[in-house]
Design a protein around this ligand. Structure first.
Ligand SMILES: Cc1cc2nc3c(=O)[nH]c(=O)nc-3n(C[C@H](O)[C@H](O)[C@H](O)COP(=O)(O)OP(=O)(O)OC[C@H]3O[C@@H](n4cnc5c(N)ncnc54)[C@H](O)[C@@H]3O)c2cc1C
Length: 396
């Protein structure tokens, strides 16, 4: 196993990471391995943002073709690498995702998306007729085709973060909101927190939806609520789920495939995810709202109706829990990673919307390379913060 301090030469430089979600904690891990003195600050506790209220699809199948799909392929390989290195042992489950079409319109979405995945060198198997029923015993007879997207996986966000915390090598300040920065001549010198002011040679904002507070362009990042349902355990006689079933409509609701109509402020896209416990996670909604404490009956009922239509055996199960979380969605649907203008040592990595569990560890590594001035392992120019000319809010 790699020691948290790694083999890199030690640096006496210090970095303040704001946000203890999967992105901030991954960056903390890699910066500490690179020899930095790292302190992570969180307004709540570790994984109290989106990372703690997500499904854990480490999925290429759901990604928009282009840079996000390419990065997701690299992110899956990076999870595999971290397991081989002993960092995330038992925290990543390799599996396939099955994207299912139930009518002609969905079939055309499926065929287009499968072609785009193949062009990105993602292994695909198309299933129709008896092959479809043999492989996905749990699919309804109305399913007309499915694409098995191979070599992806599942990771639980809060468990990944907990593993990184236990590996250690950095300090964490919980319940310690950062409200601004001290600076001198365009250079950040420290963070102002509820617990006092602390010095730092560099700062990384990995604040998810909380990033809005720090940026002058406050409408750049919007909350996108997601509601998820957890069932009780299926019996041993239940039909076979070889992996998660994703409806083609999910690709449209996530913006990974074009919609026929203008984007709605509230949409449903269905994924039925069989968990290791024998339970199912069914989700989820995409709503332009920020009330993460509430669940609403009509969304839950609609998701359950869709789930039973895709897999009738689910009707035998009971719902034991509904929860929701807020994704950080950017104006152009791409994450924002790079330097914030007006300071030469202030960095940001945010806006991962529904992709941060997949991309988080890789983004942590890329943030470390960015802050250390090393060439990045992946091309992240499409995520570059300069496309929005980001500047700090006056209050920060
Ligand atoms: C319902 C739902 C389902 C999802 N499913 C998936 C999925 O299947 N696959 C996938 O890849 N992704 C999924 N996601 C997305 C994923 O959860 C996020 O993209 C990811 O967790 C973002 O991580 P982060 O570290 O950027 O932000 P967060 O986890 O939100 O962490 C940000 C942290 O910053 C802290 N913070 C904010 N402001 C301050 C401040 N001023 N001072 C100190 N601390 C501050 C917060 O307390 C928080 O802990 C889902 C999200 C939701 C909501």
């Amino acid at each position: 196993m790699l020691h948290p301090q790694g083999n890199s030469p030690r640096s006496s430089r210090s970095v303040a990471i704001v946000g203890a979600g999967i992105v901030g904690m991954s960056a903390a891990h890699f910066l500490s391995r690179a020899g930095w003195q790292v302190t992570v600050y969180d307004a709540g506790v570790v994984a109290s943002g989106a990372t703690g209220s997500a499904d854990g699809a480490v999925s290429v199948a759901s990604k928009k073709p282009g840079p996000l799909m390419t990065l997701a392929v690299a992110a899956v390989k990076f999870y595999e690498q971290l397991i081989a290195e002993g960092v995330l042992v038992d925290e990543y489950l390799p599996r396939s995702t099955f994207v299912v079409a139930s009518d002609d319109e969905e079939l055309s979405v499926l065929e287009r998306h499968a072609g785009e995945l193949e062009a990105a060198s993602v292994p695909i198997r198309m299933l129709r007729g008896t092959a479809l029923t043999e492989v996905i015993g749990a699919a309804a007879p109305t399913a007309i085709a499915a694409a098995e997207v191979q070599r992806e996986g599942h990771a639980v966000g809060y468990r990944v973060v907990e593993r990184l915390r236990r590996l250690g090598g950095f300090a964490i300040r919980r319940n310690c909101r950062v409200s601004g920065f001290t600076s001198s001549n365009g250079h950040i010198t420290g963070v102002i927190t509820e617990c006092g002011t602390e010095q730092a040679d560099a700062v990384l904002l990995a604040t998810g939806i909380g990033s809005m507070h720090f940026l002058a362009e406050s409408d750049l990042i919007r909350p996108r609520k997601g509601q998820l349902i957890v069932t009780d355990r299926a019996g041993a006689d239940s039909p076979h789920f070889p992996g998660p079933l994703m409806s083609c409509r999910y690709l449209v609701s996530k913006g990974s495939q074009p919609a026929n109509s203008a984007a709605a402020s509230r949409s449903l896209g269905l994924v039925i995810d069989p968990l290791r416990t024998g339970q199912f996670l069914i989700g989820g909604s995409r709503e332009d709202r920020d009330d993460r404490e509430t669940a609403d009956g009509d969304i839950v009922a609609a998701l359950l109706r869709d789930a039973v239509a895709l897999s009738p055996s689910l009707a035998r199960l009971r719902v034991i829990r509904v929860f929701s979380g807020l994704r950080a969605a950017t104006r152009d649907g791409m994450p924002i990673v790079g330097r914030v203008g007006g300071a030469d040592n202030l960095w940001i990595a945010t806006g991962f919307e529904g992709d941060g569990i997949c991309l988080g560890p890789l983004m942590g590594r890329l943030c470390q390379q960015m802050i250390c001035g090393e060439p990045p392992d992946q091309d992240i120019s499409a995520l570059d913060a300069t496309r929005f000319r980001l500047t700090l809010a006056a209050a920060a």
